[in-house]
Design a protein around this ligand. Structure first.
Ligand code: KG4
Ligand code: ZN
Length: 347
């Protein structure tokens, strides 16, 4: 079975082709540059860019996989969560393909795609694992069983900003531009991660063990920078970036390992855009090694949004014998993560 996956929930238009856990080919277009001057993704601009990129990206992915549309056995698509108008473009494209090819359509949860993509690099997931999903819109600690079959258990979520959102906002405060994650990561390399002690929220014993909050650290960075500017001092951008990054990496990895310990799980899956962060990866590696926990992190290229991840989760659903979604499937911009399949319809 060859599964074609379509991703369009934010500013990346992605198409991937996966069969039996193997990536056959994928292609990606990004409208990131068009949003840069606005300091964040503009939904209408993203949606128009998806429209323009969808067919070229589809053809490029097929070409890379040396396949034709006639080889496709099933179509998977992000049905949510994401920017409504952006999701709609991928969904309409995927429906058109499924209908024209006479093949089943699977609406999938974007975050399940982030988790599933690791299969393409490191093989099948173990029967149970803890997943730390850290993206621009979400930060969650999950207990995963069989991703194609089992419900997803939330151990904890962020109560305010997502980790990626905090990176983007801190980058703005430091005048580093958009998107913030990669540039904060780069700048932080020349900084001292212990220069400034930024807060680690929800870290007291009475706090929810697996809950996250990143709004406080973001505000703390803004206040610190403001105070320095008011005092007429130079802002040590690299030190601020490194100290902020350390605070985020520390909280994320400490809670993830506590979850592995409490639930007696031997594998931590670190996924989503922020899993591309060099310090988050390094600290996770260090702490997993110390705890005897296997760490699985997709290669950086597959951490941020792409079409391969949607094909990967579609492939798991197909192999698990999941029921296809109907062509009346709607977009669910704020879909809760309860399982990989989004069957709809929504209005
Ligand atoms: O998963 P993703 O590509 O899109 C969503 O589903 O949200 O994640 C995007 C987020 C952005 O906030 C971006 O700043 C962040 O991931 N990100 C990073 C890095 N690369 C991307 N954050 C920290 N360090 C990075 N190297
Ligand atoms: Zn994502």
């Amino acid at each position: 079975m060859i599964v074609l996956g379509v991703e369009s929930s934010c500013d990346e238009t992605g198409v991937g082709l996966v069969s039996d856990g193997v990536l056959l080919g994928d292609a990606l277009a990004s409208s990131m540059d068009a949003h840069a001057r606005f300091g964040g993704v503009v939904p209408e601009v993203a949606a128009r860019a998806h429209l323009e990129s969808m067919l070229p990206v589809l053809h490029e992915a097929l070409e890379k996989a040396s396949l034709g549309l006639g080889d496709v056995d099933a179509v998977a698509v992000t049905a949510g969560p994401g920017l409504s108008t952006a999701v709609q473009v991928g969904l309409a494209s995927a429906k058109a393909l499924a209908f024209a090819l006479g093949k089943p359509l699977y609406g999938v949860h974007h975050l399940a795609g982030h988790a599933a993509v690791d299969v393409l690099e490191h093989g099948p997931l173990p029967p149970r694992c803890v997943a730390l999903v850290v993206s621009g819109g979400h930060t969650s600690l999950l207990l995963l069983g069989d991703l194609g079959r089992d419900p997803i258990v939330h151990l904890g979520d962020t109560i305010d900003d997502a980790a990626g959102e905090a990176f983007d906002k801190v980058a703005r405060v430091l005048g580093l531009g958009y998107p913030g994650g990669p540039v904060v990561d780069r700048v932080a390399r020349d900084g001292d991660p212990h220069a400034i002690a930024f807060p680690r929220a929800l870290s007291r014993p009475s706090d929810p063990a697996y809950g996250f909050s990143f709004s406080g650290v973001k505000t703390a960075v803004a206040r610190w920078v403001e105070a320095r500017v008011d005092a007429g001092g130079e802002v040590p951008v690299a030190d601020v970036a490194a100290s902020f990054q350390e605070a985020v990496a520390d909280v994320l990895t400490r809670k993830a390992l506590a979850a592995c310990r409490e639930h007696r799980v031997g594998t931590l899956l670190l996924v989503g855009g922020v899993a591309a962060n060099s310090r988050v990866r390094a600290l996770a590696e260090e702490r997993c090694a110390a705890a005897g926990v296997e760490l699985r992190v997709p290669p950086i290229r597959l951490c941020t949004d792409n079409g391969a991840m949607i094909a990967a989760v579609g492939d798991l659903l197909v192999r698990a014998g999941a029921p296809a979604s109907g062509l009346d499937l709607g977009a669910d911009p704020s879909a809760p993560l309860t399982g990989a399949l989004l069957a709809g319809p929504w209005t």
